[in-house]
Design a protein around this ligand. Structure first.
Ligand code: EPZ
Length: 416
């Protein structure tokens, strides 16, 4: 079955190594298209979104090999610029190839990437900003074709912060003619990683990590070997799970410096957090109230990707609380599933209101998307009795082997 069976109630103890970052790996893999030659990307997570990205690169004529976490991409024989619909449809991150392919080949045709349950996920700002750099885009019902004889650096004053648009514009700008300014740019660590990868290959980028990026186009980039840092959202997932079950877990390689808003929230909820040079130690349940609620925001605010996980922590804390989701319009899909486990949560507009309950009870629940699915696993680990989390494939998009990782930490969990 495409499911996970969990018998809840065990405390999590021990240590787990945090995988490489999905949301840093994907734009770095797309960026290899800008480089004529073979790049080596270390610590790429073994997850289905990376698998689909590598398949897309192969469909474009790249030679891709993988040994454990080391991926080699040779773009010397880049031949196509039309991406297979089945891979584009499966994975939204295919939009990240747009900027890189336009910079390398000047031409791309692709279907509109799928939305998902957390929101419509439009690409209007991607297309509008690329048009300003000289890209001609002809749209039709299913998708679009984009052409650019050359890309021109321009000043982008964006109407709102977008991680994906920032990444696409960086990829379009590094080989463009002239200077590109992106403001407000996304400040996420994944943007900083992408900039570090490109700078190591010879790109001229300043302002990484700030809301103003300045990119001076260069003629070419050279192949590099690059190490992807650990995934701050996966680390936050295991941290939240420990807060749900109680216990003591060392998150090896967890990037403490990029998790401050999450660690602060955990401390406010009574969990002991100790940052060490090679990871983060988490101890104790989250059993204090978050008086002032929790509001998701762009980095360095509280990440939307951990909103569902902390909804579960709050549901188990024994206190009332509320969460406001400000990034995506439909990211409370986990609420009905949690209520079937005995949680008392109601949604009003962009806010979810959580009221205290004595316990959660095991149930059959449905993972509807990646982070909500991981949150249901965390809830099941703390619930009384047996749970089945169905549609595990959503979770496999972003977690290497969530059931093995939790089993190694003492959970009673197995694939079903
Ligand atoms: C990235 O998505 C991440 N995905 C998401 O992680 C993350 O939740 C999100 O950034 C916010 O941090 C990857 O990095 C692969 P946005 P992205 O553009 O780039 C709207 C996960 O679980 N928008 O910053 O798609 C958009 O609808 C995933 O790993 C437009 O309206 O996010 C959203 O409401 C989920 N038009 C808001 O902007 C556009 O053209 C912010 O989205 C583009 C975006």
């Amino acid at each position: 079955m495409d499911a996970i069976r969990i018998y809840g109630g065990n405390c999590l103890t021990g240590q787990t190594k945090i995988q490489g970052s999905k949301n840093a790996s994907l734009p770095v893999l797309a960026a290899t298209l800008l480089i004529n030659g073979t790049c080596e990307v270390e610590n790429c997570p073994n997850i289905s979104d990376v698998f689909h990205m590598l398949r897309l690169l192969e469909s474009l004529g790249c030679k891709v090999t993988r040994e454990e976490g080391l991926v080699r991409i040779d773009t010397g024989q880049l031949s196509a610029c039309d991406m297979p619909a089945d891979s584009v449809g499966v994975m939204r991150s295919s939009i990240m190839l747009l900027g890189a392919l336009l910079a390398r080949t000047g031409s791309v045709c692709m279907e509109y990437p799928g939305g998902c349950v957390i929101g419509k996920r439009p690409i209007d700002l991607h297309l509008r900003t690329l048009r300003r750099m000289g890209v001609e885009i002809v749209e039709n019902e299913e998708g679009f074709c984009a052409h650019a004889a050359s890309l021109a650096g321009v000043l982008h004053e964006l109407p709102f912060v977008s991680v994906g648009v920032t990444e696409n514009l960086i990829l379009a700008a590094v080989l463009a003619k002239g200077i590109t300014v992106i403001h407000p740019a996304a400040r996420e660590p994944e943007i900083q990683v992408l900039c570090a990868f490109l700078q190591s290959a010879g790109a001229r980028i300043s302002g990484a990590g700030t809301d103003r990026l300045v990119i001076e186009g260069v003629d070419s980039l050279h192949p590099v070997r690059f190490h992807v840092p650990a995934d701050r959202i996966v680390a936050g997932t295991y941290l939240a799970a420990c807060m749900c079950t109680g216990g003591r877990v060392f998150l090896q390689d967890a990037p403490c410096q990029h998790m401050q808003s999450v660690l602060e929230c955990a401390r406010r909820m009574g969990t002991e957090i100790i940052c060490q040079k090679d990871g983060v130690l988490v101890a104790g349940r989250g059993c204090a109230a978050l008086e002032e609620g929790l509001i998701t925001a762009c980095y360095p605010g509280f990440p939307t990707d951990l909103q569902s996980l902390f909804m579960v922590v709050m549901a188990l804390s024994g206190h009332s609380g509320w969460i406001e989701e400000t990034v995506f319009e439909n990211r409370f899909r986990i609420v009905p599933e949690l209520c079937r486990m005995g949680a008392d949560i109601t949604v009003q507009g962009a806010r979810a209101y959580i009221r205290p309950v004595n316990r959660l009870c095991g149930a059959i629940v449905e993972a509807k998307e990646l982070r909500g699915g991981a949150a249901l696993v965390a809830a099941a680990l703390a619930a009384e009795g047996t749970s089945i989390v169905t549609d595990r494939h959503y979770i496999d998009r972003g977690y290497e082997d969530i059931s093995l990782s939790f089993r190694e930490l003492g959970a009673d969990i197995e694939l079903a």
